[in-house]
Design a protein around this ligand. Structure first.
Ligand code: NAP
Length: 247
């Protein structure tokens, strides 16, 4: 087990990629905080799954765009497990539409969660990460942040914004011995892809050298490595998990 005794917060981890990350960290011995906004039932199922595997977890409701609820989540983490070693900013959403038709609200919503939520959580947990022995900040970006994607100007801007943010925090955290990295998954089988028509998914898969979508476990494996003490000399990086989409 690579995460014994370490406390990890994973935002948006009741389902999808976040759930996969939380369960993997739990199996590796971490104390895990399952953050949810609306998925209360699945959040408690995730806690049960981690406990059934011998780990420790709590569920903590917070909307990452709402600073006060992030503060309350931090207090709940501290009460349960003490200071946090690892923050995974995973909560995210899309509001896709071609740019000429994009509304201010579609732009703002995507920025507020993907980028603003990362700002709020990173600032509230910054002291914990700084003071931790081998603290870790891991931001979940996307291949779309690198390549762009038709109908996703808002999401691409938010996800590439995470690259500059992560590199800067990596510089600022370095003196304290903690690291910050980004993981940029390719298209991954979760609810987020539910609105993408099968035909479009087939075209996407045809363009992936490894000829399949990512599974949440593919992303969880690299996050687990970055969260562990084994990654201590890697910081400010963007790690692609995209089946070779850049090749
Ligand atoms: N799926 C993909 O193809 C793909 C590819 C690359 C990157 N990503 C990124 O990976 C991350 C996870 O995506 P996913 O595919 O797992 O998405 P998903 O299945 O749609 O799940 C989204 C998660 O984000 C949470 N969330 C949304 N808004 C929130 C808020 N304001 N506060 C707290 N939590 C919030 C949701 O919580 P509730 O359910 O509790 O509301 C949910 O747990 C996102 O950052 C996404 O951009 C996904």
């Amino acid at each position: 087990m690579t995460m014994e005794g370490r406390t990890c917060v994973v935002t948006g981890s009741a389902r999808g990629i976040g759930r996969g990350i939380a369960e993997r960290l739990g199996r590796e011995g971490a104390n895990v905080v399952i953050n949810y906004r609306t998925s209360e039932g699945p959040a408690y199922e995730a806690v049960d799954a981690i406990e059934a595997a011998g780990g420790a977890a709590i569920a903590a409701q917070a909307d990452v765009t709402d600073r006060e609820s992030v503060v309350a989540m931090r207090e709940r983490c501290h009460e349960a497990f003490g200071p946090v070693d690892v923050l995974v900013n995973n909560a995210g959403l899309t509001a896709d539409t071609q740019f000429v038709e994009m509304t201010q609200s579609e732009w703002d919503r995507v920025m507020d969660v993907n980028l603003g939520g990362t700002f709020n959580c990173t600032q509230e947990f910054y002291d914990d990460i700084w003071n931790a022995d081998e603290g870790r900040l891991i931001n979940i970006s996307s291949v779309v942040g690198k390549q762009g994607n038709f109908g996703q100007a808002n999401y691409a801007a938010a996800k590439s914004g995470l690259f500059g943010f992560t590199r800067t925090i990596a510089l600022e955290l370095a003196q304290g011995g903690s690291t910050a990295n980004c993981v940029a998954p390719g298209f991954t089988r979760t609810d987020m892809l539910e609105t993408v028509p099968e035909k479009v998914l087939d075209r996407i898969i045809a363009g992936i050298p490894l000829e399949r979508l990512a599974e949440v476990e593919d992303v969880a494996a690299i996050v687990n490595f970055l969260a562990s003490e084994e990654s201590s000399y890697i910081t400010g990086e963007v790690i692609d998990v995209n089946g070779g989409m850049d090749l």
